[in-house]
Ligand binder design. Structure first.
Ligand code: FES
Length: 498
């Protein structure tokens, strides 16, 4: 295959002629590279294929004249220069993770790493053996090039991309380890142990396990992890070959080790009164402890809360509208970093919908009569955006209500709802209850807990005796299946309304 030189973000690289830019730069492809989302824009000049139909449809004349291309469509035909439009380093990846008091009992001498592999982001922490946090870093999950959600990636893995999915995540982990060590002025060969948590599918991809069992009924995982491997065995090249890699246990096909870690960190099962935990992301994972028994479930919310599938959607980076309020009877937008608005992220969409209801710009069915609603110059919310929000919010709300119902608990008797994850951190609880994303009954009893999965992974790193507790949590959890549950289906339809 003929090769060519090109420059990508000022670095010289060699690429195969005929590949798409996305294949070369391993860029994010939220719609799986199907030319639908228009989110894989780069600036590219030089010897490239002519703009495709998708590019002509999704890019403005101004963008095309500035050399903006869709990375999933444009093919490299010879020497060219490519640059990313926004710096992914701006990305707000939540590495805040409060650890409860623990005893120290690490299985490493000098350094250890805790890492959470989320569907959208990766977050990692470097610790010394005396429990000191030395550095924290976050990055986007590069597997997004195979689609924003878990299902697209399972399909990709089954369509013989298993090796690629594994190598993308392994090199991203190697990079994060390099960054953690650089930030702390330490060497990677000082790392003796690492804990890698994530949802069940992410651990399948990491270990090159076929996710066939996750793709078809009865959706029973054939691996639940809870095991220690060697770094070489796993394919992590940045670490000494015998570095221990612990993968915490998963509960089921769709309730993963990240939930087990979050349960450990939030001490949900230590409370006397009934309490709940929800991690709102592309998948909403939820747990209810009723004082005796632990129930868990997961529901596919879709990526709307991550800003994906929304016409002006983006993650909570600089320039994203993250809050919307009413000022002098009109919508008022706030952006991350106070920068010029470039798009809207999940918390902004929830706020915007709540304010639109308040101002009667939208009715309870989500219909707005006067066309798209402008939030800032170039940033609008469309009817389709609101439909995507309705599907996502209904999935979370119906999941929480069904879980409570199945466990015989009254939401009004729940002593607290802990909200984990990056989106939850920035969510306005009043807006969330106003639009019916969270039940009104829990208003005043919610608490955001940051990246609880990363906190739990850190605990398992610093005190190996807690691994037994994680295994007990995974074993005792009772999975409530929502997919075929008539209560959930009925609620899901009726809760689309605002
Ligand atoms: S349009 Fe290129 S990834 Fe969606």
């Amino acid at each position: 295959m003929e090769q060519t030189k090109l420059t990508f973000d000022n670095k010289q690289i060699i690429a195969t002629i005929g590949q798409t830019i996305a294949q070369i730069i391993k860029g994010e492809q939220p719609c799986g590279g199907h030319g639908k989302c228009g989110k894989c824009k780069v600036v590219a000049r030089g010897s490239l294929s002519a703009p495709s139909e998708d590019e002509l449809r999704l890019l403005s004349a101004d963008e095309l004249s500035r050399g903006v291309r869709l990375a999933c469509s444009a093919r490299v035909l010879g020497e060219c220069e490519i640059s990313t439009i926004r710096n992914e380093r701006d990305s707000v990846v939540l590495t805040d993770a409060d650890l409860p008091q623990i005893s120290l009992c690490p299985d490493f001498e000098r350094l250890g790493v805790a890492l959470d592999i989320g569907t959208t982001t990766l977050a990692a922490r470097l610790y010394s053996s005396d429990g000191e946090l030395l550095s924290s870093v976050g990055e986007l999950n590069p597997q997004s090039s195979f689609g924003a959600d878990v299902i697209s990636r399972i399909e990709a893995s089954l369509a013989s991309h298993e090796e690629e999915l594994a190598s993308l995540i392994l090199s991203a982990i190697d990079n994060l380890i390099f960054e953690l060590c650089s930030a702390a002025g330490r060497m990677a060969d000082e790392i003796g142990s690492i804990v890698l948590t994530g949802n069940t599918a992410m651990l399948y991809f990491l270990t090159k396990s076929s996710p066939l069992a996750l793709s078809r009924a009865p959706f029973v995982a054939d691996k639940l992890f809870g095991e220690t491997l060697g770094a070489r065995e796993l394919g992590l090249n940045s670490l000494a070959p015998d570095t221990k890699v612990y993968l915490p246990p998963c509960i089921s096909a769709f309730v993963g080790a990240d939930t087990v870690c979050a349960l450990l960190a939030t001490k949900l099962c230590d409370s006397d009164a009934a309490s709940m935990l929800v991690d709102i992301g592309t998948n909403g994972e939820m747990a209810l402890f009723d004082g005796t028994r632990l129930y868990v479930c997961s529901t596919a919310a879709g990526p709307a809360f991550e800003g994906v599938g929304i016409s002006s959607g983006m993650r909570g980076e600089t320039g994203a509208i993250d809050k919307v309020t009413i000022l002098n009877g009109a919508l008022h937008s706030h952006t991350v970093g106070g920068a010029k608005a470039r798009g809207i992220c999940g918390s902004g969409i929830v706020d915007a919908a709540a304010c639109m209801l308040e101002l009667e710009l939208m009715d309870e069915t989500g219909f707005f009569e006067d066309g798209d609603v402008t939030l800032a110059e170039g940033v609008t919310l469309t009817q389709n955006d609101i439909r995507a929000l309705q599907l996502a919010k209904s999935a979370i709300y119906s999941g929480l209500c069904t879980l409570a119902k199945k466990c015989g608990a009254e939401l009004s008797n729940i002593s607290g709802l802990k909200i984990a994850g990056g989106f939850g951190k920035y969510l306005n609880i009043h807006s969330a209850t106003r639009i019916g994303l969270l039940p009104r009954e829990v208003l005043g009893r919610t608490e955001t807990v940051g990246n609880a999965a990363l906190a739990g992974a850190s605990m398992l790193l610093l005190d190996v005796t807690l691994r037994k507790e994680a295994e007990d949590i995974a074993k005792r959890a009772e999975v409530v299946g929502l997919a075929s549950d008539p209560v959930f289906s009925e609620l899901y339809m009726s809760s689309m309304l605002f």
